[in-house]
Design a protein around this ligand. Sequence first.
Ligand code: GLN
Length: 514
Amino acid sequence: MEYPTFADARRALDAGETSCEALVSSFLKRIDARNDEINAFTSVDQDGALNHARYLDSQRERGNPRPLAGLVLAVKDNICIRGYPVSCGSKMLADFSSLYDATVIDRLRDAGAIFIGKTNCDEFAMGSSNETSHFGPVHNPHAPEYVPGGSSGGSAAAVAAGMCHAALGSDTGGSVRQPAAFCGTVGLKPTYGRVSRSGLVAFASSLDAIGPLTRSPEDAAIILNIIAGEDERDSTSAPVNVPDYPTALGDGVEGLRLGLPTEYFAEGLDDDIRRMVTEQVDRLEDAGATVKEVSLPHTEYGVATYYLIATAEASSNLARYDGIRYGYRADLQETKQALQERREELKAELATARTQGEEARVDTLEAQLDDEQSTLDALYTRTRTEGFGDEVKRRIMLGTYALSAGYHDKYYEKAQRVRTLIRHDFEQTFEEVDALVTPTTPTPPFQIGEKADDPLEMYLNDIYTVTANLAGLPGLTVPIGTHPDPPNLPVGLQLLGSHFDEALLLRVGETIME
Ligand code: GLN
């Protein structure tokens, strides 16, 4: 990797060759030099980061270092840090600041991590390209006309461009892994329940996970060590023992059983990505792993299932943005005036309909006048119309439809049943193999604007990543080189494991990157 990892920095700190303050300063310089072009950060806390670094340096001098002292982290702008903005890439929360710390932030700060700023993302984490952010698109640091992936595109770009050691992202259907793959970083989506979601702004609560984007599996292991574990503030966090992840690294892959799911190498996969992943599989075999083909027959329903469940949960989670309690509120006077104008229009139409004797039309217009929105309802509507972008609105409508009376069984419940089948596929496969090897994405990064107007095309990007969220499994992506066409753009390989088996994935990832 072009820039040092946190593990490297920690060795340099221990050897007295650098200081936390020097580390922060060098990252701030790089942010200064490149953020205008890349747009990875929505806010940078220069003073806070430098002050915290100086404090950590003074603690170090007193012989009291913390385990993560000197780790400079960027944090996706949908994770709460008290007193920092948390926009979720949306106009709805553009001026909103967090009132409390997410549990992961509490734990990382206690361990000595320094938060350098908040990173840009797709609006409410909905997207695969970072083009839906209210703050503009993020550019891929390797080629600015290309997308960095999404929704944690700012986090991935910040790590890849050397603006921090590592970043936190959130992964509901691939949002840590896909941007990590597109930017050439490591990205870990932990098992559902492994890391507390408290303080992560909810998108789809049964799928959401916080995970690190790093330059090495070792850094991911170091961060996971701190953020993993049960939390009383998240009832879905799991009371499962947390192993020491860094010590699990370095054991190699001798004797491991790896599976290649046929469905992840089928039609639609880019030929060069297929070749690059296969080359890595051969290397793993040479290193002592056994490899066999396996089948996950319900994979083909993954994207459809995900987009029903994720949108249904989102339509419910996003109901709270009503302009009364949080964030953006439409102008009340304008809202009243618009209501008044609409009323006048209806009255005029009614008068015309009456003089022309159009009885049916008269009935409809009278009903519309009776049914007039209250000012409060009109304010909700106007706020949400102005505050949300197109993709978020599309998802709220889709999800509301999937949950509506009459369609609930047909769409939402059916999707839940298929979700169970997808989970069973994995459970059966993990009786035969220890981990699965797949591509992270079906294609290399695409150009900004290329897929922005075609939601279906965009959703198909998530074909290899959504299944891990549906099944609650851990997934790790590691960079395996650059694509020949477009040149210099990174390609990722994904490892999927059984529940709570992050350590094994990190170990295989480490072997691949050695
Ligand atoms: N790209 C997927 C989506 O648009 C995943 C998003 C995510 O993981 N937050 O929903």
